[in-house]
Structures are given as structure tokens and as C-alpha cells.
Ligand binder design. Structure first.
Ligand code: PLP
Length: 428
């Protein structure tokens, strides 16, 4: 296929008839494939089966406390030591929770909204005044729905290869003190897979000085150790920059082992300044008498230290890499240099972000569904499901097998071509 913009109407009609045939052939295959959610595959979950039974009936932590009982609201000391290394903070700057970092994000946002965080923090919600968050786009749909559920308005900001467009972020914050937070997935962003540059991390660390009162960066480092290859870019330590700037109170860091061990039975944490953590703990005490400390100890015994985690993540990468390669190979082979879209080539994380020609994402997702391939709904990566250019589609290759991905991608590229050729013909 030649570049679509250079094809004559006659050539486009020929391509259309060929694509219609391919579409019909694929339809007859009655496929049932799913490239939607970023779930670990069963083979990845199997990597952590030694968690089961690892305690061998010894439920005491290093201080001798019986972890089967209530208590220990902010987590056990061993888990703080392990996960603070992962988060790049002191072990006095972390709270270890249950299985979900999203739950902790919700809890932090709700607490900041209704109660306020830290010694001098007033609640974000003051009467009828709006509360807003910056949402780098494309981004993670659950961040956006969390805000919408809490009545927080989202202002989209552009992402580029190095992270959010920081000029735009700073300009917006200077102009509007009702912006109280920003979502950041700094390493292997969902869905673009980009890693924030050192300069961006440093500028994010300074935002607390630029923004209105009580501003919080929600630093969701969900894919902190999820590289596909050894040379993947590293992420600068935001807390170190915050210390230099005196802005420790304006950043909350989140992470979990959902995609290290078991997505439904991992361990999550929130890290931040001691004053923020004291306040969070105070509020948490009304909700819980303590987290699942047994699971925390199981994770400490299983993951042990940074080098054990790295070796474990290499096993994940060995499973994930061929899946990413299958997606990228299909895109590069079938769509490369045809003007039919652009896509990221992530060095880690769970997603590939695809941008079609403007105005086609919904159509492509609809066509793929007609062929039995479920894709993440178009627009899901934007607040309110509203992608103004209707072009972004998140591809999530972790769960299906390589064979299934190959088939799903055959469908995907056919649908991209079909929608693009139809659009070009209609435009002409
Ligand atoms: C960026 C991001 N944050 C958080 C989560 C969910 O994390 P958890 O399982 O710890 O709630 C996901 C899951 O896909 C994610 O992509």
C-alpha cells in the first residue's frame, strides 16, 4: 500500500475493495479476542506462586509481633524497608496498605478534598468553589474516573516524549489557584510508555511553589520496575528534588506489586512527607484497624531486596517482550510510512499508544469489534472519554498469547487501513 495521501481516487477504490474482502474473510473467522485491559497473563501470575506457603506457619515479624492480629495501621517495618527502596524514599516516609494503590489514591484525594492534608492544609473543597486537577493526556482512565466520581474537574494537558508539557502545566497553575493536583505516571506512562526526563521530574518537584495552596502531585509510579529490556531509561528521584526545593509536602508517591506479584493480591503503598503521612494515618484509623500484614510479610520474604525484584522482573520481561514485539511488528510492517497513524515503542510498562488519523479512533474500535476483537474504548485515555481529535487507542498486549496478539493485530491493522481509506475517499 502506498502513502494514502499520494494515492489517486482510483487507487484508493482498488485498496478499498481489497480491504473489504479482507474484512469479510476475517469476519468469517468468528474471532473472540481481547486487547483491552492491562492485566498480567496467567504465566506472569505463576511467577509468584512461591508466595503461597512461604511463611511456613511463622506469622511473626522481626520484632516478634504476631501479624495475624489487628494493628500496625501503616504496615510492618520490613515492608517499609523494602518498598521505601523501591519508591526512593526514607522508611519513615512510607505507609504500606492493602492490595491496591488505586484505593490509596482515592483515599488520599478524598481526604485532601474533604479534610485537608498536613499541618497547614485546608480541605480543597471550600463551599461551591470548583476543585481541579491537571490530567496529562493520553492518560489512565481510572485516574480520570476517580476525579470525576469525587467531583474534581479535569483539565487535559499535552504529553510529549519527555513527560507532560511543563510550560503548559506551569502556565495553568500560575493562572488558576483552584487547580489542586496533577496526575503523573512517570515511568512507562499508561498508555504512552514514555519515561519522564530528569528536567521534567525536577520541574514537577517545583510545582508546589508555583501552584495555589495545598497542591499535590499524585506520582503514580505503577510501572517503576517494569522494563522490557536492561537499557530502558531510568527515572530521577522526585523526592530528592523535593528536598532540595523544600516541597516534600506537595508530592504523594504511589506504587504496588500488582504487576510484580499478583494483581489481585499484592501490596500497595503511599509515600510522602512525614507530616502528610501522619495526617493520612489519622484519617485511615477511622477506616481500618490494620492492613493485611501477613501478605506484607509474604511479599517481604518473596521479593527480599532490589536485586531479587530486578531478577523477578526480568522473568516478567521475558514473557512480555514477545507480546510487545508482536504488536510493534504488525504496526511497523503493515502501517509504517503509510501516513496511517503513529505509535509509541515503549521500553517497559503495559501498553502501546496508537494515534490514528484524526477522527478515526471510534470507527476503528467499532470495526474491530465487528470482527470479534475488543479494544479499549476510543476516548478512554481522555477525561470524560472525550478525545477531541478522536485518534488515540490504547493497545494492551499483556494478557493474550502471542498467537492471539498476531491475529488481533491483523484485525487491527486491517481496520485502521479500512477506516483511513474510506475517510480519504470521502475527503476527496
Ligand atoms: C497507572 C496505573 N496506576 C494504578 C493501577 C492500578 O494499581 P493497583 O492494582 O495497585 O490498584 C494501574 C493498573 O492498570 C495503572 O495502570
Amino acid at each position: 500500500m502506498q502513502p494514502i495521501d499520494q494515492a489517486s481516487p482510483e487507487q484508493l477504490r482498488q485498496q478499498l475493495s481489497l480491504l473489504n474482502q479482507q474484512f469479510q474473510q476475517l469476519q468469517q473467522q468468528h474471532l473472540d479476542l481481547d486487547l483491552t485491559r492491562g492485566k498480567p497473563s496467567p504465566a506472569q501470575l505463576d511467577l509468584s506462586q512461591d508466595l503461597d506457603g512461604i511463611l511456613k506457619g511463622n506469622y511473626r515479624d522481626s520484632s516478634g509481633t504476631d501479624l495475624r492480629n489487628y494493628g500496625g495501621l501503616d504496615g510492618i517495618a520490613e515492608a517499609k524497608a523494602l518498598f521505601s527502596t523501591l519508591a526512593g524514599v526514607q522508611d519513615t516516609e512510607i505507609l504500606i496498605g492493602g492490595n491496591s494503590s488505586l484505593t490509596l489514591m482515592y483515599f488520599c484525594a478524598q481526604t485532601a478534598l474533604d479534610r485537608g492534608l498536613g499541618e497547614n492544609h485546608k480541605p480543597w473543597r471550600q463551599g461551591q468553589l470548583p476543585v481541579k486537577f491537571l490530567a496529562p493526556v493520553p492518560g489512565y482512565d481510572r485516574h480520570f474516573s476517580l476525579c470525576q466520581h469525587l467531583g474534581i474537574e479535569l483539565i487535559p494537558v499535552a504529553m510529549n516524549d519527555a513527560g507532560p508539557d511543563m510550560d503548559q502545566v506551569e502556565t495553568l497553575l500560575r493562572a488558576d489557584s483552584s487547580i489542586k493536583g496533577i496526575w503523573c505516571v512517570p515511568r512507562f506512562s499508561n498508555p504512552s510508555g514514555i519515561v519522564y526526563s530528569d528536567d521534567v521530574v525536577q520541574r514537577v518537584a517545583k510545582l508546589g511553589k508555583i501552584a495555589g495552596e495545598n497542591f499535590l502531585v499524585f506520582w503514580d509510579n505503577a510501572y517503576a520496575v517494569h522494563s522490557l529490556d536492561k537499557g530502558a531509561p531510568q527515572l530521577a528521584n522526585i523526592m530528592n528534588y523535593c528536598r532540595a526545593e523544600g516541597t516534600e509536602d506537595s508530592v504523594l508517591l504511589f506504587g504496588s506489586t500488582s504487576k510484580i506479584t499478583l494483581a489481585g493480591a499484592g501490596v500497595a503503598f503511599v509515600a510522602g512527607s512525614p507530616s502528610n503521612l501522619t495526617e493520612l494515618k489519622r484519617h485511615l484509623a477511622f477506616m481500618s484497624i490494620g492492613p493485611d500484614k501477613i501478605n506484607q510479610l509474604r511479599h517481604v520474604k518473596f521479593l527480599r531486596d532490589a536485586s531479587t525484584i530486578e531478577a523477578h522482573m526480568q522473568k516478567h520481561a521475558a514473557i512480555m517482550k514477545p507480546r510487545f514485539d508482536a504488536v510493534l511488528q504488525a504496526l511497523n510492517t503493515s502501517l509504517g510510512n503509510h501516513g496511517l497513524g503513529e505509535w509509541t515503542e515503549p521500553r517497559g510498562g503495559y501498553f502501546v499508544s496508537f494515534d490514528s488519523r484524526p477522527g478515526l479512533a471510534r470507527e476503528i474500535v467499532k470495526l474491530a469489534a465487528q470482527l470479534g476483537v475488543k479494544l479499549t474504548p476510543a476516548g478512554a485515555t481522555f477525561p470524560g472519554g472525550n478525545d477531541p481529535r478522536d485518534c488515540n487507542i490504547r493497545l494492551a498486549p499483556s494478557y493474550p498469547s502471542v498467537e492471539e496478539i498476531n491475529k488481533a493485530m491483523e484485525v487491527f491493522v486491517t481496520c485502521v487501513k479500512l477506516a483511513s481509506v474510506r475517510q480519504q475517499l470521502n475527503a476527496g
